[in-house]
Design a protein around this ligand. Structure first.
Ligand code: FUC
Length: 770
């Protein structure tokens, strides 16, 4: 059976989940997340609150990764050795500049809710467990003894609650006991008035946490029994859960109010509303974001469970394959909406908001040598601006601790953060040699802030939010840049291409990031008409800065200033291609882009989940849709789990977001002031359409295509001013008009059409070839 595209956006399975990582289904509202298993006799709902972290100020000896005593000459000493010897091993540098990690902490599971179902059937029929991306609702259904049982779960951002409902089509059929378990020992669990209250402190740092679950039964009886609540013979039952901690994103204490009042108020308010009201409010809130984008790749969803759809995926030409790709794209947007919302204190971490452990991989932290940034690549492009709010908030909160680190470790102005960080302003270093040093991270994190300005054109945002953070990151580098004795250019030193090779001076990524930062800082100051002295200082540095883009002996883009690249190197980080993506200094069709292609071909199509996702974006930027698609195929076949989570391995959500961005990059690009529509359409996507993608300049883009060629392109311009649109359709016979049929007087230059757009108009470019 073929479903229309919106209904086909459902993940479904014909068995309960037994494994958290690969099978359970995620719901989330930003601050809260849960994983639904759908067991028949026992339902397990593992849940999270995003701020529940060990480590930080309450942990004895926590010092944000800053050196505990001054090392006034340490950075200069490494720099001198690099000037003298050209390269220094990571181990040697870590011995000089690193320090053991203390109190970094880790993201914590909050625990589990279990529903023990009384009289559960041994062999139910018609079992189905699903996650509707159209509504952000998870469902479990089965039939037993002629009675159809249905459970629904969602995490509503309005009201900050997770809600579940159990129902049956015969009265009195709902009986269960709800209980909580968690690995956190220092807590109390009490039941009263149908409400389970879980309250405690993390022994590690004293962080207070609280969750409340209100059970509301329709018909039957409800009993509080110590630490659990039992419902017997109800027609249906609803539970609402909210949770919180006393975390605050304010340096240096990172503690705020006891969560009790907020959690109580959230659960009280939700419990006073009907299930249908709560559900309707949630679906409306979610759809306001999710429905902005539609993608049709010619998919037809077969009537097979999603794990089978994935297992049978070949990346070939079948409509089933297109169904998985379209679902995966939608899922990336779903996951971002579900793990990053306006009212969040923290952005999506390595696992979004989902974690079942007290010691998750890499602490489920914020890695800044690509991972956090990748999480937010799809945000503006796929029309989810609101999801960037916690990212901005988090980066802004790093400035205060980052200033201290800049001053104490480097004697520099501005702010800095290194390779990975936590919710408690860990802006210093640790001593894992291949991942402890990356002061460029601060600069890279500001790319998103400037890009948000470019997408929205919001000058108030630039003035109030982005510029102060960008300027501080730039000041750090203005103080730190070093004159390279080899050629007198300004370079980063010590410089380390993430997790690869030796320390040296002026590795390509370092230079590309700093160049982009200084360029954005200067452009921002000019736009705002502020800080003339800073403008002059930045312009002078830019004029002397090594741009970090060099073509090497085998035609490759060099990863380092010296030509050290090996043709056989397949390292997962492709850092020297930063200027191709997410930067935009290397432009398709130039010799540098051809060199990037040589490097990328050398690295091959393998890698961890996020690495493959990055390569989709690279190939899209090289305008090679078929190779971009080949990387998507690789990712879906070898780095995607049954619940369609990306796996590094293990599970790591950045790859989902990176792939979603990559698909968007195949459809619309706008990094160089031209809205390029369908820049990298693969042959496999023969016919299709997309609507609602965003381009820089406050533009919303749609397109339809047949046989790989565009039929229509629509651009809705949010602002009045000049616009440039590039498409192959422009090179041939075409018509362009606004919604009232008026032609805007466009000028054509090859594939590029330019005109003066008016705010609020929708312009259509139509293929008029005979
Ligand atoms: C980066 C990567 C690793 C891993 C970690 C969380 O440092 O190099 O592969 O993804 O982040």
């Amino acid at each position: 059976m073929v479903h229309p595209p919106s209904e086909s956006l459902t993940l479904w399975y014909d068995e309960p989940a037994t494994d958290w990582e690969t099978q359970a289904l995620p719901i989330g509202n930003g601050p809260l997340g849960a994983m639904v298993f759908g067991g028949v006799a026992t339902e397990r709902i593992q849940f999270n609150e995003k701020t529940l972290w060990t480590g930080g100020p309450g942990h004895g000896g926590y010092d944000s990764g800053n050196w505990t005593s001054p090392r006034p000459d340490a950075v200069a000493e490494v720099r001198r050795r690099i000037d003298r010897d050209g390269r220094v091993t990571p181990d040697e540098v870590a011995a000089l500049l690193g320090r053991p990690k203390t109190g970094f902490g880790a993201y914590q599971t909050f625990g589990d809710l279990y529903l023990d179902i009384a009289g559960a059937p041994r062999s139910p029929t018609g079992y189905r467990r699903e996650l509707s991306l159209g509504e952000a609702v998870a469902r479990v259904g089965y039939t037993a003894d002629g009675v159809a049982h249905t459970r629904e779960y969602f995490a509503g951002n309005p009201g900050n609650v997770i809600v579940g409902r159990l129902s049956a089509d015969r009265g009195g059929g709902i009986s269960f006991t709800l209980r909580h378990t968690s690995p956190h020992q220092d807590k109390t669990v009490t039941a009263s008035g149908g409400r389970l209250t879980i309250r405690g402190r993390l022994p590690d740092n004293g962080m207070r946490f609280e969750a409340q679950v209100q059970v509301i039964a329709e018909g039957g009886t409800r009993t509080d029994a110590g630490d659990r609540i039992t419902v017997t013979g109800a027609d249906s039952a609803v539970f609402v859960l909210s949770a919180g901690t006393d975390y605050a994103d304010v340096h240096p204490a990172y503690r705020g109010e006891d969560p009790h009042a907020k959690v109580t108020a959230a659960v009280d308010a939700a419990a006073a509303r009907s299930y249908d009201e709560l559900r309707a409010a949630h679906v409306a809130d979610y759809r306001e974001l999710f429905d902005r984008v539609r993608l049709d790749l010619g998919q037809a969803t077969p009537a097979i469970p999603t794990d089978r759809l994935r297992a049978s995926y070949t990346g070939g030409s079948s409509a089933d394959d297109r169904a998985l790709e379209a679902l995966f794209f939608a899922y990336g947007r779903y996951l971002l909406i579900s793990s990053s919302r306006e009212n969040d204190l923290l952005p999506a971490n390595l696992q979004g908001v989902w974690n079942d452990s007290t010691s998750p991989p890499w602490s489920a932290d914020y890695h800044l040598n690509i991972n956090l940034q990748m999480n937010y690549w799809p945000a503006e492009q796929t029309n989810l601006h609101e999801t960037t709010r916690p990212y901005d908030r988090y980066i802004t909160a790093l400035v205060a601790p980052g200033r201290r680190t800049a001053r104490e470790m480097f004697g520099a102005r501005g702010w800095v953060v290194h390779n990975e960080t936590n919710p408690f302003g860990f802006t210093g270093v640790h001593d894992w040699a291949t991942a402890f040093w990356f002061p460029e991270a601060a600069a890279w994190t500001t790319q998103h802030l400037y890009d948000t300005y470019r997408f929205t054109g919001d000058v108030d945002y630039l003035r109030e939010t982005a510029y102060p953070v960008i300027k501080g990151a730039a000041e750090f580098w203005l103080d730190l840049l070093h004159t390279d004795p080899r050629d007198g250019r300004l370079v980063v030193s010590p410089s380390y291409s993430p997790e690869h090779g030796d320390f040296s001076a002026g590795a390509s990524m370092s230079q590309q990031i700093v160049r982009e930062l200084l360029t954005n800082a200067l452009a921002s100051a000019k736009t705002l008409g502020v800080d003339e002295g800073f403008q002059a200082e930045t312009a002078a540095a830019l004029a002397k800065l090594d741009p970090g883009i060099r073509i090497g002996s085998w035609g490759q883009l060099q990863e380092w200033k010296e030509d050290w690249d090996a043709t056989t190197d397949t390292h997962r980080h492709v850092s020297h291609l930063y200027a191709l993506h997410p930067g935009h200094q290397v432009v398709a069709g130039t010799p540098e882009a051809r060199a990037a292609e040589v490097s990328l071909t050398g690295r091959g199509d393998g890698g961890t989940g996020w690495s493959k996702a990055w390569k989709i974006n690279f190939w899209a930027r090289l305008l090679d849709g078929d190779h971009a698609h080949r990387m998507l195929v690789e990712q879906l076949k070898t780095s995607t789990l049954d619940n369609l989570w990306d796996t590094h391995p293990p599970f790591q959500l950045d790859g989902n977001f990176g792939a979603t961005s990559g698909i968007a990059e195949m459809l619309v690009q706008s990094q160089n002031d031209v809205v390029h529509v369908l820049p990298a359409l693969p042959a496999a996507w023969k016919d299709g359409s997309v609507a609602g993608l965003r381009a820089r300049g406050d533009v919303t883009v749609g397109a339809t295509w047949t046989n790989g060629a565009p039929d229509t392109i629509t651009v809705r311009t949010g602002r009045t001013g000049p616009i440039k649109v590039r498409s192959s359709v422009v090179a041939g016979r075409h018509r362009v008009h606004d919604e009232r049929g008026h032609e805007p007087g466009a000028r054509r230059d090859g594939e590029v059409l330019s005109w003066d757009a008016r705010a609020g108009r929708t312009y259509t470019i139509r293929n008029a070839a005979p």
